[in-house]
Write a protein that binds this ligand. Structure first.
Ligand SMILES: C[N+](C)(C)CCCC[C@H](N)C(=O)O
Ligand SMILES: O=C(O)CCC(=O)C(=O)O
Ligand SMILES: [Fe+2]
Length: 428
């Protein structure tokens, strides 16, 4: 048992012993100041205690849990950070034969003669996290309406593509995380460069529309996107179990029909609506309607293409939220299936009508003109998109990127790797 001196900061030795962190890393886990920390055998295994100026923490740690989370270089594959042993080969009754607190952490000698090391930073991070559920990754959202048009989030193409500094990519993914969308300005006006840009965020997701898409209104695929019809605000791929995380549009050209003068207004304006802002407005104005759209699960489908009939693994609601936190909006009224008859159907339609009315409010709608050189990338789990009807030949390219690939890029360019890995490994 050891009482460490209050108030000392942990020596730089911490970096030396954080064996579960890749060798090249510095110790970027939140550095706890030194405080009275003890780890001793207790009633249920091992009792961890620390008190850092008045916020005492105590946790009973299971022996098998602690052994299974050994951070030593033998137990954690140092090249892959994967667990490097068979958890179930550990004897069920494994227990510590010696507890050896050190300056940067604590060693434990186990009855199966394995010697573990746990950095104090890892133990504090893990135990505090369990006790306080403090999110470590800052994740603030900025809800917006039509006024976002005065200063839409933008990042320059060169900055994003700068391979010597992640700053541009950090800013792009950070703005998409905060606003749900961002423009990449001064982009080369080619599909090839657009594809390269999107690939730097994450792998392009393949669907029945292909991978990187480059389309015109020729009904090449059986979907209204491949027409010149107006499309009301919607999220894409509502019919996939996991809707596309990011979607991108880069207008390459829009040429008038032959019988029209070159300067004729052709339509094809673009629309964005912040689905999270709309959902919060609904929750405030009509909490019952919000609850109906959150609770009622619906079928969704994509059926137009020969040989393709897509539907998700189960029914999903329009609004997915846990408590206060909004998780995902799924809304494409054209792809929505039949409202199930085992619910109060008229109540659902009333709720959906209110939702539709909020989406279509002038103060909700951000209308703008896509143009060559200005790539739009948005969070398809939050932001709805649409367009006005148009004439002429309008060519757009872009791609879908899966959610987890986007979140990985956002975290890894905005936060220390160790913090991201530690927080990814634990329930948040
Ligand atoms: C061209 N691109 C592949 C982007 C779209 C294809 C159609 C997407 C469909 N309307 C939906 O809402 O999911
Ligand atoms: O043509 C556009 O502006 C967007 C069409 C659309 O909604 C899509 O391709 O998902
Ligand atoms: Fe769409």
């Amino acid at each position: 048992m050891l009482f460490l001196l209050k108030g000392r900061t942990i020596s730089s030795g911490l970096g030396r012993r954080l064996s579960f962190i890749p060798r090249q890393a510095s110790a970027a886990l939140p550095r706890p100041r030194f405080y009275a920390t003890t780890l001793e055998t207790g009633p249920k295994g091992l009792t961890y205690k620390s008190d850092d100026s008045g916020s005492p923490i105590k946790a009973e740690l299971s022996k098998i849990w602690l052994r299974d989370n050994c951070r030593c270089a033998q137990c954690v594959n140092q090249d892959t950070l994967q667990r490097n042993f068979d958890t179930f080969a550990i004897p069920k009754d494994v227990s510590p034969t010696e507890i050896l607190p050190k300056s940067d952490g604590v060693d434990i000698l186990w009855s199966d003669s394995h010697k573990s090391h746990y950095p104090w930073s890892w133990l504090n991070f893990t135990v505090q996290d369990t006790n306080n559920k403090k999110p470590t990754i800052q994740d603030e959202r900025r809800l917006w309406g039509a006024t976002v048009s005065s200063d839409p989030p933008e990042v320059d193409f060169e900055d994003v593509m700068n391979s010597t500094s992640p700053k541009g990519m950090a800013e792009l993914t950070g703005k998409i995380r905060q606003y749900g969308f961002c423009f990449v300005t001064n982009s080369p006006k080619t599909p090839e460069d657009t594809e390269k840009l999107l690939e730097t965020i994450g792998p392009i997701r393949n669907t029945h529309y292909g991978g990187f898409y480059d389309f015109i209104p020729d009904l090449a695929l059986a979907d209204t996107a491949y027409t010149n019809l107006a499309l009301p605000a919607h999220t894409d791929t509502t019919y996939f179990t996991e809707p596309a995380g990011l979607q991108a549009f880069h207008l390459l050209s829009h040429t008038p029909p032959t019988n029209k003068p070159a300067d004729e207004v052709l339509g094809g304006q673009s629309l964005l609506v912040d689905g999270f802002h709309a959902a919060e407005t609904l929750r405030k104005e009509s909490p019952d309607d919000f609850e109906i759209l959150r609770k009622v699960k619906l079928p969704w489908h994509a059926s137009g293409n020969q040989g393709v009939a897509i539907a998700p693994d189960m029914a999903y609601p329009v609004i997915e939220a846990t408590g206060e936190k909004l998780h995902r909006i799924r809304w494409n009224n054209d792809d929505r299936g039949v409202v199930p008859l085992d619910i109060d159907v008229d109540a659902w339609y009333q709720a959906a009508r209110k939702w539709d009315e909020i989406l279509k409010r002038k103060e909700s709608e951000y209308w703008f003109q896509l143009e060559p050189g200005r790539v739009l990338i948005f969070d398809n789990w939050r932001v709805l998109h649409g367009r006005s009807a148009f004439e002429g030949l309008r060519r757009i390219c872009g791609a879908y990127i899966s959610r987890d690939d986007f979140i990985s890029r956002w975290k890894m360019t905005n936060f220390p790797r160790e913090e991201v890995i530690a927080s990814n490994m634990q329930l948040r």
